[in-house]
Write a protein that binds this ligand. Structure first.
Ligand SMILES: [Zn+2]
Ligand SMILES: [Zn+2]
Length: 368
């Protein structure tokens, strides 16, 4: 029963506070992981701010990577000492899970955001024995240990630096998978990516990997646009009311074959659809508060254009994460360039720097 240091979110929009908490030993299907590095994802911050009502207090964190410490009786996928990346949870038995569409499991919200196991229990409690929501994305990895399930741990090779690998479990696979698994642009095709944060930049790297020859990055931050160009964007645009015309001009007047919306802003969704050529496909991956609506010209969609949402890059983590690790090893997917490390004790500073746009992907190092 590990007693450990973790970052606890006690109130809406409140700080992450470092506290001592207790975690239960693994149940039959669970895996206890000693966390070596955990990325901070936009979703941690929107849950802290309660866009999604995970009950507080809670230990958040859902981009953990670490070493398996202990496994439950029925676990065969991993053993103590294995290196793992923790990804998102899904039920594994519904029709969509059986088709490999884990991101569209009807129980996705319950499994990732309820702050509890499927049976309603939380494995974590505070110093006074009070219940603390845990099991966030079946991990709650803002701490020295995380309790995950056999299903959402992904074994990776031991010859890669474990502390950088956590973001592959959510943000990086979301951007890269949207391109490689969902939109699937062919070599020589064109794509526009709206928003050059860590998710958008992962999408740009992936577009380069698959051979897109026109990769247009749109953002408001010139430093990010410069990095986008470095990572594979062939063109960069400062987003404004002229963006659609600018994209048309860059593509011989036709528009791009693919676009990806990573900002969660309704007016940007409109541009991401309007910049498509006829029959083009727009993927939506930006997160907005529940109830947010966007407007489109019906005729823009009528002419064969497709708009689709994409969760977690359509990733089957056990297949996709090792692929991204291999691309990284070959130097073709340098996502580590987005990372800045912080000790877990400086999680507040990491959150503020992320919100101010000064850091693309903060990775917290517990035990430091
Ligand atoms: Zn399912
Ligand atoms: Zn995430």
């Amino acid at each position: 029963m590990p007693d450990m240091q973790a970052a606890v979110t006690r109130e809406k929009e409140g700080p992450f506070t470092i506290e001592r908490v207790t975690l239960e030993d693994p149940r039959d299907n669970e895996v206890l992981v000693r966390i070596k590095g955990v990325g901070m994802c936009h979703t941690d911050l929107v849950v802290r701010d309660q866009y999604f009502p995970t009950p507080l207090p809670a230990v958040l964190g859902h981009e953990g990577a670490g070493v398996v410490e202990k496994v439950g009786k029925s676990v065969t996928k991993v053993a103590p000492g294995d290196h793992v990346v923790l990804s998102y949870a899904s039920c594994g038995t519904c029709a969509n899970c059986q088709r490999g569409l884990y991101g569209y499991c009807p129980d996705l919200y319950g499994r990732n955001f309820s702050g509890a196991r499927p049976d309603g229990s939380s494995p974590c409690c505070g110093q006074k024995g009070e219940r603390i929501s845990s099991y966030f994305f079946a991990q709650s990895s803002f701490g020295e240990y995380a309790l995950a399930t056999e299903r959402n741990v992904v074994k990776i090779a031991k010859d890669v630096p474990l502390e950088i690998m956590g973001p592959l479990g959510c943000g990086i696979q979301t951007g890269a998978g949207a391109v490689m698994n969902a939109l699937k642009p062919g070599a020589g095709s064109s794509i526009a990516i709206f928003g050059a944060g860590s998710v958008g930049l992962a999408a740009i790297m992936a577009a380069k990997v698959v051979g897109c020859t026109t990769i247009i990055a749109v953002d408001l931050n010139d430093q990010r646009l410069a990095l986008a160009r470095d990572l594979g964007a062939t063109h960069t645009l400062h987003g404004d009311a002229e963006t659609v015309e600018a994209i048309q001009a860059l593509t011989g007047g036709e528009g791009v074959q693919f676009s990806l919306e990573c900002t969660g802003l309704p007016q940007v969704v409109r541009r991401a659809v309007d910049c498509l050529r006829l029959t083009g496909i727009c993927g939506i991956i930006g997160v907005a508060p529940l109830g947010t609506e966007f407007k489109l010209d019906m005729n823009a969609v009528l002419f064969g254009r497709t708009v689709r949402g994409i969760i977690e890059g359509d990733s089957i983590p056990d297949i996709f994460i090792p692929q991204l690790v291999e691309l990284w090893k070959q130097g073709r997917f340098p996502f580590d360039r987005l990372i800045r490390f912080y000790p877990l004790s400086e999680i507040e500073e990491a959150a503020h720097a992320s919100e101010r746009g000064e850091v693309l992907k903060a990775v917290l190092l517990p035990g430091q």
